[in-house]
Design a protein around this ligand. Structure first.
Ligand code: AKG
Ligand code: FE2
Length: 377
């Protein structure tokens, strides 16, 4: 499917292989040998950037820093400037995005041996549920940080439904970072080059959209998740459900540009919301397998890894809810791996779009249009 907010979802997508390597399946319970300390050390090293590695081994209480407009590399964070907070910046960003607070970074970097619970008790279902993945000691701070520091969009687009142009108002805030497997950000993110030849900048017309590098604060989560799930991710999509009226309708992330049997890691921060799953209706003459609908009340810090045949056979949604906890706002982060440029175009079209930017206003406690950006009234 192309969008996750059209009422009718497409259930019969045929998968093809785009000369892609198949997405690695995690064998979570069995892949570690050696002592706990050894594997922790190996994982910590595998997960950390050089800067954080240096910081890890020479950690000292640093003086409280004040925000500056320091611009650091979009790809390789530079050494901290005394008295400043490091940020990731890029020409596509409305403002620089700070790196995570030290305490949050430290806790996340240690979160490399999280154990998930397998849920495979129904046909075509393969979930790994981490309850939580993001430690309880930092989930609140991470939620508050991301809500305050990221830029969000409220995307509108039209689709043809029953031959008629219909306007879709995405019922949540969204933002996205990343680029598909055929390209890489290079030179502090200032250039996009061919993955097959890093000395070759991509043709000007390779992308209609303007891909954005993943800011360091989300890239750390990506690296830690890669180490835990034995899977590569190149995209980070973020949803913000401001209240119980925000939602995502039943869909599956089964687009061809993700390749067959994609693994998608999906994080919850903030308000608890129900995550619903149901088996897709059978195609043609196929018998409907006996399945039960699923309801998982996802709490702050939880992560669900959906993998294997799950996307081609099951739909998932976050339904609207009246009042209660949902009013506190929920962030969802999904990590995925797009194989071809069509994935990049799709993700920017439906998660950034053409409209204006929104930023969290801490005194008004809501997302407000960012002055100067063209948010339609
Ligand atoms: O918010 C969630 O938990 C689900 C989000 C989702 O399914 C998506 O972005 O594709
Ligand atoms: Fe989804």
């Amino acid at each position: 499917m192309t969008s996750r907010d059209e009422r009718g979802t497409k259930h019969n997508a045929q998968h093809t292989t785009h000369n892609a390597r198949s997405i690695g399946r995690s064998d979570h319970q069995t892949r570690w040998n050696g002592s706990y300390k050894e594997r922790l050390f190996t994982l910590v090293v595998a997960t950390m950037s050089k800067r954080t590695l240096d910081a890890f081994f020479s950690r000292a209480d640093s003086p409280k820093r004040t925000r500056t407009n320091a611009t650091s590399s979009a790809i390789l964070p530079t050494a901290p400037v005394a008295g400043s907070i490091q940020t990731t910046n890029h020409s596509t960003y409305p403002w620089p995005v700070p790196h995570l607070p030290g305490r949050v970074t430290e806790e996340l970097e240690l979160q490399v041996t999280a154990q998930g619970k397998e849920i495979k008790d129904q046909p075509h279902l393969d979930l790994l549920y981490f309850q939580p993945f993001i430690p309880r000691s930092i989930e609140r701070e991470l939620f508050t940080f991301l809500r305050s520091e990221l830029f969000f969009y409220r995307v509108k687009y039209t689709i043809k439904r029953f031959g008629k142009e219909t306007l879709i108002n995405t019922p949540r805030f969204t933002t996205v970072f990343g680029i598909d497997e055929t390209s890489r950000f290079f030179n502090d993110g200032t250039q996009i080059v061919e993955a097959s030849d890093l000395s070759k900048p991509v043709r000007k017309d390779k992308y209609k959209c303007r891909p954005r590098p993943i800011p360091e604060c989300l890239d750390l989560l990506r690296r830690v998740t890669e180490a835990n799930t034995n899977t590569k991710y190149n995209f980070c999509l973020v949803n913000y459900y401001a209240s119980g009226s925000d939602s995502i309708s039943f869909h599956s992330d089964d687009e061809r540009f993700l390749g067959p049997d994609p693994a998608i890691a999906s994080f919850t921060l903030g308000a608890k919301r129900d995550f619903l799953m149901k088996h897709k209706p059978p195609k043609g003459q196929e018998p409907k397998p006996e399945t039960r609908d699923i309801k998982i009340p996802l709490a702050s810090g939880d992560m669900v890894l959906m993998r294997g045949p799950t996307q081609s056979n099951w739909l998932h949604s976050i339904p609207k809810r009246k009042g209660g906890e949902a009013e506190k706002g929920r962030i969802n982060i999904t990590l995925r791996r797009a194989m071809i440029p069509a994935g990049t175009e799709n993700y920017y079209r439906y998660n950034v779009g053409e409209g204006g930017v929104y930023k969290w206003d801490d005194s008004k406690r809501e997302m407000l249009p960012w002055p100067g950006s063209n948010v339609p009234s």
